[in-house]
Design a protein around this ligand. Sequence first.
Ligand code: 13P
Ligand code: SF4
Length: 320
Amino acid sequence: MDNRNQTTLIKEIKKWKKKRGALIIAHNYQIPGIQDVADFVGDSLELSQKAAQAPEKIIVFCGVHFMAESAAIFSPDKTVLIPDSNAGCSLAASIDAEELRKWKRRYPKALVVSYVNTTAEVKAESDYCCTSTNAIQVVNFIPKDREIIFTPDLFLGDYVARMTGRKIYVYPGECHVHARVRPKDIFAKLGKYPGAEFLIHPECGCVSECMHYVAVGEIPEKTTHIFSTGGMMNYAKNSKSKQFVIATETGILHRLKKENPAKEFIPLREDMVCEYMKMITPEKLLNSLINLEYEVKVPRDIAEKARIPIERMLEISKKE
Ligand code: 13P
Ligand code: SF4
């Protein structure tokens, strides 16, 4: 699209946003054209909090479906729209409520901690929710004598089990974007950029191995940090370093560069691209505002049950 058309599209989005009294929120992995027009860009926890606190009655959620569902769960009196209802998530799709019920029957004494990348039905079967920002904090909050089922992310679950030393039954789900990261990718990039800080998302396939290499000194401990996308944003802003290798979906590079123009950000792998996140385009966002499409609704009984683990998570994360 040429610049004139782009400018007209942005003007139209702003006009319709005002007309609808809507709030546009966008995940850190969204394409630049969406991030730049959004009222707020953030990680999954920040977005669920923002949607819950917003005075606006219409929330346009530029992200993936489970995130918009979380906003709908918290705002039953608001209209939550997603510009493309096919924007799913391979990680959320890796477990459904029936599968979780099977795990609960297998480990009847365990409490269930589910990562926010799950459907509302799975959350409704869970005791606690967590994001990559607060997973350790949530697990540490659970009494030490309780066993835990962690769903659905294998790598985050293994990482949390290591960090907390807790007995955790980890469900073997994964995100197809982060699962492809291997230690050889890290060694290759850090070899090329030896002075860079290394920021890695806990969903990455090699995160437990990465901790092992940190422990034996093959990956430098001082400059390696495991963060949610929001954690990466904060760290990059506050760090004195000038160069960072980023191991997560490449959409975050836009915001990192925009907010830190004097610093250099290098993707660990250029192919870490989530096609679901990229389904949201400015054209679809405009359609969403004009036609109030596509409403994300969660059945009331499911929403009431799913709200409990999310509320517990928000309560726990307020404590720090
Ligand atoms: P954050 O919670 O770090 O924003 O991550 C969400 C996500 O989908 C990661 O792939
Ligand atoms: Fe889901 Fe992975 Fe995409 Fe995140 S990057 S939304 S976990 S498929």
